[in-house]
Design a protein around this ligand. Structure first.
Ligand SMILES: *[C@@H]1O[C@H](CO)[C@@H](O)[C@H](O)[C@H]1NC(C)=O
Ligand SMILES: *[C@@H]1O[C@H](CO)[C@@H](O)[C@H](O)[C@H]1NC(C)=O
Ligand SMILES: [Zn+2]
Length: 992
């Protein structure tokens, strides 16, 4: 995204604003635009109005990389070139002012815009101001809904919408959210879209049974009440299902990539077909009208990467409109027009109907009986994790850009920026990126872009930390601590560890560093000695790191860091040599492992978990855990030829194979951690870990290379089996926020005919899942998005890794069979599940903060040698800790003197007795290094001032009536947050 020029004019305005609402409002452009609803073509009240919506669906990477798609490179893979699409569409729009086009993916539009001349840019502005070219959705990409985290989705929407506002002003603001391709739809996405100010939402894919029922009942258009916590209509979103996915009706595709007959309208020539075309069209229109409620219907005239030669489409659409409307003089009551989703939406609104209310979500998505799109919830688990930690790193990078001020971008370590990682993360949210449904070379490109973003952020972080600490010692980053690789700590005799905490409350984490010494002295920022332990690197870790790094030991200690700040620990080697015998693991399972919060027992025969107790609440459940794999269907099956693939999960049998009934065990117990290392097979191992200060039991799993020598594709799960009486119900989060209830073989809005007992019961898990009964709730917090289900009562299974031998014929054209240079025989993936056991009434008090600590993890950096005595060892960017219910979702530099701030209430209504209460935050007492001079509230995507935000209101057939508006804040500076509320502010700041 282009950082907008900071004009002196705006600067002056800011300086001289006296009120705290000190931002200039959008000026009215001179040419008085007629964009938006005002630019819609007239419709005919007594007729069936058919809204033709010319559009292209441009994947921000899929079979080709985003840049290959932009230029039209590698057309041998897929013929697609977005630059030509935009060239051609603009040209064709100019030929006839009636024509319309919508554009969706700002990642592409931005690339194109940069290359245009001033003349062309002015021409395009004119088209936008007249509503002939309209942006819909408008985020950087069209995000995946099953595997994304809300914070990254908000960021990518903010980036795309800001570009549109900066470039086009209010005519660039999309009114409609448009997710025509994502493979199922998350309630949290609908909630976010509502809070971003969209008037409506359209999509293409939903379960085929759901669609059939909705067609009969004429319920393809509805009001989605997308939050159980937010007061209606805050999270209410009008939602429409498109008639034919996002394709044109059968026989009416006039793109160069299609074979349908053009309109041949010269009666003197062969094959005159106008009558035939009109008849077929009227037939389709009347059929479509039967399954929708109003006398308006929409047709999506376009598809993937269409309109590269837009003349073909428009020439035929012009004729279609002319000839179909000519029939009106013969009594036809069908009126066809060029339109856009917002013009169609406006007519639905004018119809003044009541709409069915939707409260759940659209997962899982099946397109026929054996074709459940539940595999991609887990596909490419390594990319999913990399995307998630990249989000953590980006938030830290943006915070440090604000806390460091100008020196962060240009300082002792050179030029750094957050922009590169912002863009890489925005691209990674696309529905073929983090979803894992792209070709291998494209997955590699997403990862490479993220890595490049990290490199740019590292310079920024180094600049800021050197400025805050007063030490310009070179800063070392170790990105492979999860496999105990860090050249500096492996060799250094004296180094310091800086722990940056991106959360708004102090947090304590365990640190595990690869070392070769056997004893170290560690002191904290106040010079106090810190308890530490040295333990041998496990064989599983040594095997997975494959010659990168040679540490024999790991140094373990607990660190703490203040809110939005850092703390520095000094480490010095005391003793070299082999690990001491006491630190070596014992070759047997302990009877129990416990700290002051939890106690876990193991079955001495099998080495598996056998129970989990919460010592504070004195509750115990039976609990075992093991690894299994489903044999992926190869399509050779009497019921259906569907294979398991990148999108689709289709096990061959409902009974998974156990990898091993018993685990070989090693046990290690010391003052920092107790761990039971379980070895199940050469490709599956796990560490069950309990840190001294933790309320959660950590299961660190390592899976891979998944063997395929037997020619069987494998989908590997971890399954917990407990004594909890869960009665066919379990719970999953939506995009990391609100939780939804899931019932086995059941959907809340239709009578399900279940045809896939496993795959049809899988749901996306973004950050947590749980099962519960009256007494006990067992929650699992995940470190990335994964698919999972509860197939038996008391059981919760989570899919970890998939290795498949066939393509699932949804277009990607490759089996999901990941290898790499380091792992040529198959990717190895490592991750963590954090388990907690609580009474249901207080479970959120543990899993909310826990999940947050996994999403926003500390950034650990190193400097070699002794620190200069003047170094500032501790820093906090906050004046005070925020209340536990409040999460600092965004702290990001906006313009030179402005900072974007998002405060979030992270509890649901009635989820926690203690925390599900309104809280108040004082904006002026927030930052320790910034004075807050002015504040303006914005919508969630920061492309509209809150007080200018108006949305179309919609009436629901049932459900409670929206309540009057919320009460105000105590004062301009003191803002209140209700459960699940996110508030977005632009702060005018001055560095202290
Ligand atoms: C919309 O319908 C309601 C009845 O449901 C009616 O009272 C109202 O006047 C209608 N509004 C318009 C603008 O037609
Ligand atoms: C949108 O952009 C215009 C300039 O094009 C600016 O004046 C306005 O403040 C922006 N609105 C928001 C909400 O940022
Ligand atoms: Zn797509």
């Amino acid at each position: 995204m282009a950082t907008p020029e900071y004009t002196p004019f705006v600067f002056l305005l800011l300086l001289f604003q006296s009120s705290v609402w000190g931002f200039p409002v959008c000026q009215t452009p001179q040419e008085s635009p007629t964009c938006g609803y005002k630019s819609c073509h007239a419709t005919k009240p007594g007729m069936l109005n058919v809204h033709l919506v010319p559009h292209t669906h441009d994947d921000v990477g899929w079979l080709k990389t985003v840049d290959q798609y932009f230029y039209g490179d590698r057309n041998d893979i897929q013929h697609a070139g977005v630059q030509y699409i935009l060239d051609s569409v603009v040209d064709q729009l100019l030929k006839n002012p009636d024509r319309r086009f919508i554009y969706v993916e700002t990642a592409f539009f931005y690339r194109w815009w940069k290359q245009q001349t001033d003349d062309m840019q002015n021409t395009v502005k004119q088209l936008v101001n007249e509503g002939r070219l309209e942006f819909v959705n408008g985020g950087w990409c069209m995000s995946d809904e099953a595997t994304t985290h809300y914070s990254a989705v908000i960021d990518q929407m903010t980036m795309g919408l800001r570009f549109l506002n900066d470039t086009f002003g209010h005519c660039g603001r999309p009114r409609v959210a448009w997710h025509i391709d994502p493979f199922g739809h998350a309630r949290e996405h609908a909630s976010m879209f509502a809070q971003m100010g969209y008037d409506g939402f359209f999509f293409g894919r939903l379960d085929y049974q759901d669609r059939n029922r909705r067609m009969v009942a004429r319920e393809q258009e509805m009001l989605w009440r997308a939050s159980e916590s937010l007061t209606p209509p805050m999270a209410d979103l009008f939602t429409g299902i498109l008639p034919n996915g996002y394709n044109p009706p059968e026989g009416f595709c006039w793109d160069q990539s299609c074979d349908d007959p053009p309109i041949r309208d010269d009666p003197d020539l062969e094959d005159y077909n106008v009558d035939d075309v009109v008849t077929r069209f009227l037939h389709i229109a009347h059929g479509q009208a039967l399954v929708y409620k109003t006398n308006h219907i929409i047709m999506t005239m376009g598809s993937d990467f269409q309109y590269e030669n837009a003349n073909l489409w428009y020439k035929n659409l012009d004729k279609l409109i002319r000839y179909v409307n000519q029939m009106q003089s013969n009594g036809s009551e069908v009126n066809v027009l060029y339109s856009t989703p917002s013009c169609y939406l406006q007519e639905l609104h004018r119809a003044n109907l009541t709409w069915p209310l939707k409260g759940d979500d659209f997962f899982p998505y099946a397109d026929s009986a054996h074709d459940f799109w539940t595999g991609y919830f887990t596909s490419r688990p390594a990319l999913k994790r990399y995307e998630r930690i990249s989000n953590s790193y980006l938030q830290t990078c943006k915070q440090l850009e604000v806390l460091g001020g100008p020196i962060s971008g240009k300082g002792p370590f050179g030029a750094g920026d957050s922009e590169t990682l912002k863009k890489a993360m925005a691209v990674a949210q696309h529905h073929d990126a983090v979803s894992g449904t792209e070709k291998q070379h494209v997955a590699n490109d997403y990862a490479r872009k993220l890595a490049n973003g990290w490199a740019h952020c590292q310079v920024l972080v180094s600049n800021t930390l050197s400025s805050l600490s007063g030490s310009s010692a070179p800063r070392v980053y170790c990105e492979h601590l999860n496999i105990s690789v860090c050249p500096l700590t492996e060799t250094s005799k004296k180094f310091s560890v800086n722990v940056y905490n991106p959360l708004a409350r102090p947090v304590s984490w365990p640190v595990r560093l690869p070392v070769n010494g056997t004893a170290y002295r560690i002191s904290d920022a106040k010079g106090k000695a810190v308890d530490s332990q040295v333990v041998p690197v496990s064989q599983a870790t040594a095997a997975v790191r494959r010659g990168r790094g040679y540490a024999v030991n790991e140094l373990l200690f607990q660190v703490q860091a203040p809110p939005l700040g850092y703390s520095t620990y000094s480490v010095s080697l005391l003793q070299n040599g082999p690990p001491s015998p006491q630190s070596s693991p014992l070759p047997r399972a302990p009877k129990a492992v416990q700290n002051k919060f939890l106690r876990v027992t193991f079955d001495p025969e099998t080495g598996l978990l056998s129970s989990l107790s919460n010592l504070e609440t004195q509750q115990t459940v039976k609990l075992s855990q093991n690894f299994y794999w489903y044999n992926a269907s190869d399509g050779n099956n009497s019921e259906s030829i569907q294979m398991s693939g990148a999108y689709i999960f289709r096990p061959n049998t409902s009974t998974p194979f156990i990898i091993s009934k018993t685990a070989k065990i090693e046990t290690l117990q010391n003052s920092v951690v107790q761990e039971v290392r379980q070895w199940f097979s050469p490709w599956v191992s796990q560490v069950v870990r309990l840190y001294t200060d933790s309320r959660a039991l950590e299961l660190e799993w390592t899976v891979g290379p998944v063997p395929i020598g037997d020619d069987l594709g494998k989908e590997v799960i971890s399954r917990l089996d407990s004594s909890i009486n869960s009665s066919g119900v379990f719970y999953t989060d939506s995009n990391g926020r609100e939780v939804l209830q899931r019932r086995k073989d059941y959907r809340p809005t239709w009578n399900l005919r279940q045809s896939e007992p496993i795959a049809g019961n899988y749901y996306p898990i973004n950050s947590r899942a749980y099962i519960k009964d009256d007494k006990d709730q067992l929650t699992v917090v995940t470190d990335r998005s994964q698919g999972g289900g509860s197939i038996q009562d008391g059981s919760l299974e989570i899919m970890l890794h998939r290795r498949l031998l066939y393509d699932d014929v949804r277009g990607v054209g490759e089996p999901l069979n990941e290898t790499s240079d380091i792992y040529p025989e198959g990717l190895v993936v490592r991750g963590r599940h954090l388990l907690s056991l609580s009474p249901p009434a207080t479970a959120a008090d543990t899993h909310r903060p826990l999940a947050q600590e996994v999403v926003l993890q500390p950034l650990i950096t190193f400097t070699d040698g002794e620190l200069h005595p003047s170094t500032r060892l501790e820093f906090s960017g906050l004046q005070a800790v925020l209340p536990p219910a409040v999460h600092l979702l965004t702290v990001s530099q906006w313009d030179q003197d402005t900072v974007l701030l998002r405060l979030e209430h992270q509890y649901q209504a009635s989820e926690s007795k203690e925390h599900s209460q309104p809280v108040t935050v004082n904006l002026q007492k927030l930052f320790s290094t910034l004075d807050v001079l002015g504040v303006s509230e914005m919508n969630l995507s920061a492309n509209q001032w809150k007080d200018e935000m108006t949305r179309l209101d919609w009436k629901a057939e049932s459900g409670e009536k929206p309540l009057p508006k919320r009460g105000g804040d105590p004062s301009v500076w003191e803002v209140s947050l209700k459960p699940m509320e996110i508030r977005t502010f632009l702060l005018r700041v001055r560095q202290r």
